[in-house]
Design a protein. Structure first.
Length: 427
């Protein structure tokens, strides 16, 4: 017996034509996100679908503003702490098992033997884009404000639910890499011409277009699961990746591990069969999530930015933010410019690449003279800002960190001067 799952983050709507709608509609939220609860429910639906007596599925949003905004990044900090509290030998396995659940659920959806169409009437970002990529057919509302993207690299992560594997298989490496590495979004005709979506629809017509495709008796499988699909050759993929790796190293000196990890996912994954490829992707993700850089960037570039932008809209940004930014700028002006480059300040990295493949820890932790110069630069800025932050809450400190990163180009992988100072003073 295959009982229909009881869902709260989603709802299942049966239609008279034999189709079902899976409606993503997180209660109490303005946007849909893949929280722990949503991931568990989505997995339950995907496994129910395999034996369900339905003709096909329309995946859509119950929100007016977005299809899905991606992962619930506020839960990532909890997961990071859980992983890092475990013995080192156990961390990889814990991370892999914890984060592979969404990838596994999307894989179950696309291999359930039922055609799936995504009706996208709002932004589909991160895990929301990966969910759409797991559908067999995508209908996008033709509106320049509505598009698909994978912005994980912008907060130090990589798309870990199959995004590094489905996207280049669908649209090719050259078109996929700007989306994966730069967080580029595609909307309207650009998304259609790239092959990211299969059809465009006027607002309000996307569901009917998705249903019409499902009722046409399409093959319920992905191109990479069909007979005759040939994985890319390793040499071909490596050649396509090489100039991108060179560019990333020139721009970041290897301080930011996420872009390099994304390139590894593509390079190692595309020559594999798909089930192996998504496990390689998750193996790389499970190592990346243990690093400090993603945690720092999520705290500063997502949580700090969210708080900052909300306060700016309300014209309620506290005065200590501007005070801290002024102190950081004055301190930076007093430090030799070459140290800015070595520390990784935005727009100043002119030195040769210092690490071709990211390893644990920061480059500036080393004992080379250049590392000491970089640390001195960071310590001077921290020394100027810390007196202003002595009574601030953790939320206020990340607000200051974000403002300083934005105003000065302070290296975001360190999280900002207050996050860096806290690390330096930790036992």
């Amino acid at each position: 017996m295959n009982d229909q799952p009881v869902l709260q983050q989603f709802r299942i709507e049966h239609r008279d034509n034999g189709l079902v709608h899976l409606v993503f509609d997180c209660p109490g939220r303005t946007m849909n996100v893949f929280s722990e609860a949503a991931i568990a429910e989505f997995g339950a639906f995907a496994h129910w679908l395999a034996d369900a007596d339905v003709r096909g599925v329309v995946v859509r949003s119950g929100k007016a503003n977005a299809f899905c905004a991606g992962a619930d990044l506020s839960e990532l900090g909890v997961a990071y702490d859980m992983i890092m509290k475990a013995p080192p030998r156990a961390r990889f396995g814990i991370a892999f098992d914890h984060f592979f659940r969404l990838s596994s659920a999307i894989r179950a959806l696309e291999t359930a033997g039922k055609p799936v169409a995504a009706a996208i009437a709002g932004l589909a970002l991160g895990g929301g884009c990966e969910l759409a990529l797991g559908a067999h057919h995508r209908v996008l509302v033709d509106d320049p404000k509505i598009g698909l993207g994978l912005p994980e690299s912008l907060v130090g992560l990589l798309p870990g639910a199959g995004g590094t594997q489905r996207l280049p298989r669908l649209i090719g490496c050259e078109a996929a890499l700007p989306i994966l590495l730069d967080g580029r979004r595609l909307a309207g005709t650009a998304a259609l011409e790239a092959g990211l979506v299969d059809a465009l629809a006027a607002p309000g017509e996307e569901i009917a277009r998705a249903e019409a495709w499902l009722l046409s008796a399409p093959e319920p499988s992905q191109p990479w699961d069909r007979d005759g699909w040939v994985p890319a050759q390793s040499a071909t993929v490596s050649a396509a990746i090489a100039p991108w790796r060179e560019r990333i190293l020139a721009e970041t000196l290897g301080h930011y591990p996420a872009p390099l990890a994304i390139l590894d996912c593509v390079e190692f994954g595309l020559p594999q069969v798909f089930d192996g490829a998504i496990r390689s992707e998750m193996a790389i993700f499970a190592h990346l999530i243990q690093r400090e850089e993603p945690r720092n960037m999520i705290q500063t570039l997502f949580l700090g930015k969210t708080d900052h932008d909300r306060l700016v809209r309300k014209d309620a940004l506290p005065g200590f933010v501007a005070e801290a930014v002024s102190a950081a700028q004055a301190a930076l002006e007093g430090v030799d410019g070459s140290a800015h480059s070595l520390a990784g300040f935005a727009g100043t990295m002119k030195a040769p690449p210092v690490r071709s493949r990211a390893t644990s820890g920061y480059w500036i932790d080393g004992d080379m003279p250049e590392a000491a110069a970089a640390r001195h630069c960071l310590d001077v800025i921290g020394g100027a800002v810390l007196p202003i932050a002595t009574t601030l809450t953790p939320e206020e400190r990340r607000l200051v960190d974000y403002a300083i990163v934005q105003a000065t180009g302070y290296p975001a992988y360190l999280g900002g001067p207050l996050a860096y100072a806290a690390r330096a003073s930790a036992p």
